[in-house]
Design a protein around this ligand. Structure first.
Ligand code: ZN
Length: 364
């Protein structure tokens, strides 16, 4: 039995640091292959090119085709290879940076991740999700290595839509409770080992920092102020949430998110929003202290994460849809197997209704 903790080689976060990207990545290689989202190329392309030009480096810069498919990975890897690039940088949201990770694996190169939003915990893990041409997620791959560097410009993230930052808080909210579930059952984490004291501590720090700074960060981000609270939440959503889940573990909150992805009506809602609702369900199913459950409801309410079915596109009368989600979530081979109790689809269904009942009281 082994305890496993994984992390990127280095994590650097600061305001306005993207313009100095060439300096930060200089120890990694001499010829970067840089993948941008279409919007990212427009917003940051010139700035990034200049940073490298100042160091006498001409990077290969490409625009992401829009989906993390085998074809797209092949296409980008071919370009990186043919130019003799010696490392890969992904600048953008999760799909761009995941494609960067896949391209790096294909070319056997180190990768740098520069997230421009903090909506999920995707930047730090050695994991990436492959999609079909139609945009259906096919498989999550555990990659041979984590990113060499995660470079986070808090100012860039602070300028992204606030709902994305809040959604990232929803993803981060699950980290402590899913890790605790895994610890209580001695379940393995996604890195393939048991949870270290370090992993458990980060998951706890993730939650505590979220409660301390979450609401303030949302207010400040809405006012365009990249305050200390915003910087703390950028770290929570990116570093603590990423390390916490990869070296901690997953449980019902993400299983319920997966269930909700099978209901079309929930498609308009972000990963972190569904995970937040799943977290509330997990706490109800685990029979956690009422005081703690209230704290989590209060937090979600304060930042605008969903606490009712309506806020994820459903109603309590959508019995069939709720059961569809509950059946996927309650799959005995899924993440609910890491819970201290046996989770059935009926339990998930009842928990979703109970969360809704409690959540509706907030709007009375
Ligand atoms: Zn997640």
């Amino acid at each position: 039995m082994s305890y496993v903790f994984v992390s990127p080689g280095k994590y650097i976060q600061g305001k306005g640091i993207l313009k100095d990207i060439a300096e930060y990545t200089a120890p990694i290689g001499k010829k970067p292959f840089i993948l941008f989202s279409a919007g990212g190329m427009k917003r940051f392309g010139d700035m990034v090119r200049k940073s490298f030009a100042d160091q006498g480096i001409e990077p290969v810069m490409e625009t992401f085709g829009g989906e993390v498919t085998r074809q797209e990975i092949d296409r980008q890897a071919l370009t990186a290879d043919s130019h003799g690039c010696d490392y890969v940088i992904g600048i953008g949201g999760g799909k761009v940076t995941d494609t960067g990770k896949f391209v790096a694996v294909r070319c056997k190169l180190p990768t740098v991740v520069c997230p421009t939003i903090a909506a999920t915990d995707a930047p730090t893990p050695g994991r990436a999700v492959l999609y079909s041409e139609e945009g259906v997620s096919l498989k999550t791959y555990q990659l041979p290595r984590n990113p060499e560097l995660v470079l986070v410009d808090a100012e860039v993230i602070g300028k992204a839509p606030v709902r994305l930052l809040v959604s990232g808080m929803g993803d981060a909210l699950a980290t402590r409770f899913e890790t605790e579930a895994c610890l209580s059952t001695n379940s393995k984490n996604p890195a393939g080992g048991y949870t270290t004291v370090a992993g458990a501590s980060l998951a706890r720090a993730c939650y505590n920092t979220l409660i301390e700074f979450g609401a303030q960060a949302k207010k400040d981000a809405m006012n365009g102020d990249c305050s200390l609270a915003v910087e703390r939440i950028v770290e929570v959503n990116t570093l603590l949430s990423g390390l916490g889940f990869e070296s901690g573990g997953l449980a019902s909150a993400h299983a319920i998110n997966k269930g909700l992805t099978h209901v079309k009506d929930c498609d308009a809602y972000y990963h972190g929003e569904k995970v937040a609702f799943g977290t509330l369900c997990q706490l109800i199913m685990e029979g956690k202290d009422e005081e703690l459950i209230k704290e989590v409801f209060d937090f979600c309410h304060s930042v605008g994460l969903p606490i009712t079915l309506k806020e994820i596109g459903l109603t309590p009368d959508d019995t069939d849809k709720l059961m569809t989600a509950a059946k996927v979530a309650g799959d005995p081979a899924g993440h609910t197997k890491n819970e201290p109790m046996k989770v059935t689809p009926e339990m998930v269904y009842e928990a979703m209704l109970e969360v809704n009942r409690r959540g509706e009281k907030y709007s009375l």
